[in-house]
Every structure is written in C-alpha cells, then in structure tokens.
Design a protein around this ligand. Structure first.
Ligand code: 5RP
Length: 227
C-alpha cells in the first residue's frame, strides 16, 4: 500500500505527462501540485519547452527553483491547461478548493484555461461537498460584517483563518473565513449567494470548471476521468 505522499507523487508525475512542447499551463498550489512541479522541473531541465502561470507565490517560488519558465496571466489570451489539487471533489466534478489559501488566483488561472485537470488522492472524493470547511476570501475592512452575515443566513459557525497565531493574509492581501457548512445541498446556488455579499472577494466552490480528474489510490492505481 502506498503512503498518502507516494499517492500524490504518482498522481503529480502522471499529470506532468499531459504537458506537451509549446504549451502554456497553469500550475496549482498544495502538496499534490508540489509533485507536479517536481516532475515538470525535471522535464523542463531535460528540454521540455513550456511556459507556466503559477497559482500562488509559493508555486512561483518552487517553479523558479525548478527553472520552469513563468509568464504573467496578462501575457496570454488563454492557457492550454491548468493542473491543480482540490480539497473535495463531488460526483459532478464540483470542487471545494482553497485549503492552501490560494483560491482566488487558482480560480482566475483555471477560468482562463481550456482544460482544468484536478489531481488528488482518493480521500478527496465525496458524495456531497461541505465536510471540508468552505474558504471564503474577504477584504480585511469590515470582515466581521461578512462573518455575521454568513453565520446568520446559514446558521453555521465560521472561523477566521490564522497561521502561526497571526491572521492569515492571502497573496492578494485578503483574509479567509472558513465556513463550516458540513453539507452543501446546492453548490451552484451557494456559490452565487456568497459572492453577492459585499466584502466577499470569492469563495472556494469551483462549479462547472473541472474538465478531468486524475485520482490516485493506495494500491497504486491512478484513474483518469473526464468530467
Ligand atoms: C490550495 C488548494 C489546494 O489545491 C488544495 O488545498 C489541495 O491541496 P493538497 O494537494 O495539499 O491536498 O486549493 O488553495
């Protein structure tokens, strides 16, 4: 049986094969995307010609270390492909993302991509979204108003994300409210409702965006499916 980390490595390595010479690609954030980056770095150093848009500062740092050529999202009309991880994946390919705090940039990069491939281990597959707290990115000004609004409207608890005993500030200067829905019955409706609250920048629901998934299992199998 493979360890969780070995499953992620296998999935990341398999996904790296999707990148062909001349492609532009969005590169995800997190511990699964890490293995994609390592594998891509190796292929680039062997001569693969690609240009990548990172989905976070951390991914940009790792890509630079691996000598993967980076471009700005503004420099392309569209990306050929984006490959990224997820925190939950439901049977329709709807996702919760943002466990690593990068959901805003991840969503912008995915939205600009012709293909959006999700890489994950089998523990991310769920029947219904919501057990993983849904990240909602908010501007720091008046964030407690947004918190009150969400807690009252949905009768749920939320927590302001922190790191090392400090409020976590995203790459784009925002805060993250983790919203404990437990079960999300209508993800598309919730996505729209949350994004209409003043002060919300975006939320971690990715609806109708994934085009394929690559899922790894402890017995070493890796299954690719179209969404
Ligand atoms: C970061 C994300 C990540 O893709 C998500 O949290 C999955 O990460 P990991 O592969 O480490 O489980 O959305 O904002």
């Amino acid at each position: 049986m493979l360890s969780a980390n070995d499953i992620k490595r296998k999935v990341g390595e398999q996904a790296a094969e999707l990148l062909k010479p001349g492609m532009t690609a969005g590169i995800g954030t997190g511990s699964t995307a890490y293995w994609l980056l390592m594998s891509l770095g190796k292929r680039v150093q062997e001569g693969l010609d690609i240009r990548c848009v990172p989905t976070s500062r951390e991914t940009a740092r790792l890509a630079t270390e691996q000598r993967i050529p980076l471009i700005e999202l503004n420099d392309v009309a569209a990306l050929d492909i984006t490959i990224d991880g997820a925190d939950e994946i439901d049977p329709k390919g709807q996702l919760i993302k943002g466990g690593g705090g990068a959901l805003l940039q991840e969503k912008m990069v995915a939205a600009a991509s012709k293909q959006f491939v999700i890489i994950a281990d089998h523990t991310k597959l769920v029947q219904q979204l919501g057990a993983f707290p849904l990240p909602v990115e908010v501007i720091p000004f008046g964030w407690k108003q947004v918190q009150r609004h969400i807690e009252q409207a949905y009768q749920i608890k939320t927590s302001l994300r922190s790191k090392d005993n400090q409020i976590l500030v995203t790459d784009h200067g925002h805060y993250i409210l983790d919203c404990h829905f437990n079960q999300i019955a209508d993800a598309p409706a919730l996505h729209i409702a949350l994004n209409t609250i003043p002060g919300v920048v975006d939320n971690g629901l990715f609806i109708g965006m994934a085009t394929a998934t690559i899922i790894g299992y402890p017995d070493g199998t890796v299954r690719e499916s179209r969404v």
